[in-house]
Ligand binder design. Structure first.
Ligand SMILES: Nc1ncnc2c1ncn2[C@@H]1O[C@H](COP(=O)(O)OP(=O)(O)OP(=O)(O)O)[C@@H](O)[C@H]1O
Ligand SMILES: O=P(O)(O)OC[C@@]1(O)O[C@H](CO)[C@@H](O)[C@@H]1O
Length: 305
């Protein structure tokens, strides 16, 4: 079973704003609303790829009810903790000449609800996979992913972490199976400017030295580089297509990587399917459907550097 945890789900409110001007009344010419949150996005793509997945996380208020309703329609298992107060956030994504996002901070999660989630983690068993993805509400300590990894340490569970800054740094000593910083996040982690592939590989390897087993650096339209546990380095260039949406490409890539790896444990295939899912979402209005993933997959080639 592949579990995902979304500590801070959202409704993603997409607004199409031709030319956003700060300080002015801007008008959107079209809107859409989707359930969001990185773990839920990963589960959505996994289930579209016919893999069994259970989404864990926290929801609150009327926005939480809408998220639950929409996730049910997607058809995968959800085992969510219902918060008694607060609201699941609404994240605003403005699409225009540039994409601007405003993500909410999310509701407080009290200790008893956190305990409820930790009890659910007792269901996980050897050979399961767990994805920890996205930000956490500010009421939680930034070692929460570390606490989860500590609890599940040495149980043969593959843990994937897609997070930034301290949330990510703190899990490295627990050897996450995969981490997926994007180019900008990798720069932030080391407080450097990274201009070429050699430097990308250099800093990805540093994350391995700090404990990550596999490091996948996503580069948007420029593709992705994987530094794998056997010290191989793979590159997959981005597919060609029209960018419609960059929300959730990274999550789709994580889902595709897991699906590709689970087929026969080959890293080049993991990178290829991951890149196909990431690209397919970039070329779709919302998260990719299987037909688009198959289309993009045909275009891609993985090379070893
Ligand atoms: N415009 C694009 N053209 C082709 N492939 C793309 C494009 N955007 C994303 N991809 C594919 O999806 C992968 C993940 O995208 P990206 O690097 O933007 O992730 P991210 O920054 O984590 O995204 P997000 O946080 O918006 O979900 C890329 O490595 C690439 O393979
Ligand atoms: O604020 P976080 O948790 O870092 O990111 C949340 C979010 O931007 O991530 C998803 C895309 O990756 C969206 O569905 C969602 O709005």
């Amino acid at each position: 079973m592949i579990y995902t945890i979304t500590f801070n789900p959202s409704l993603d409110y997409i607004m199409h704003v031709d030319c956003f001007e700060e300080g002015e009344t801007n008008r959107s010419k079209q809107e859409e609303i989707y359930p969001g949150g990185k773990g839920f996005n990963v589960s959505t793509i996994l289930s579209r790829l016919n893999l069994e997945t259970t989404a864990l996380g926290f929801v609150a208020g009327f926005t939480g009810e809408e998220i639950v309703k929409e996730l049910k329609e997607r058809g995968f298992d959800c085992d969510l903790c219902q918060l008694e107060s607060g609201l699941s956030r609404i994240n605003v994504k403005m699409k225009g000449a540039k994409e601007t996002e405003i993500n909410g901070s999310g509701p407080d999660i009290p200790q008893e609800k956190l305990d409820e989630l930790f009890e659910k983690l007792d269901y996980l068993k050897e050979n399961d996979t767990l994805v920890l993805a996205g930000s956490i509400p500010s009421s939680l300590p930034d070692d929460i992913y570390e606490q989860i990894m500590k609890k599940l340490d040495q149980q043969g569970i593959k843990i994937i972490v897609d997070a930034t800054n301290d949330l990510l740094k703190k899990v490295l000593p627990y050897h996450p199976f995969l981490i997926k910083p994007n180019h900008r996040e990798l720069e932030e982690l080391f407080n450097v400017k990274i201009e070429n592939k050699e430097d990308l590989i250099h800093y990805a390897r540093k994350l391995q030295e700090q404990g990550a087993i596999n490091v996948l650096v996503s580069l948007g339209k420029d593709g992705a580089i994987l530094v794998s546990e056997d010290t191989h380095v793979y590159y997959c260039a981005g597919a060609k297509g029209k960018l419609l949406n960059s929300v959730g490409s990274g999550d789709s890539m994580v889902a595709g990587f897991i699906a590709g790896y689970l087929k026969d444990k080959k890293y080049d295939e993991a990178l290829k399917l991951g890149s196909a899912c990431g690209g397919a979402t970039a070329f779709s209005e919302d998260l990719a459907e299987v037909s688009m993933i198959q289309e993009v997959y045909k275009q891609l080639q993985v090379e070893e550097l």
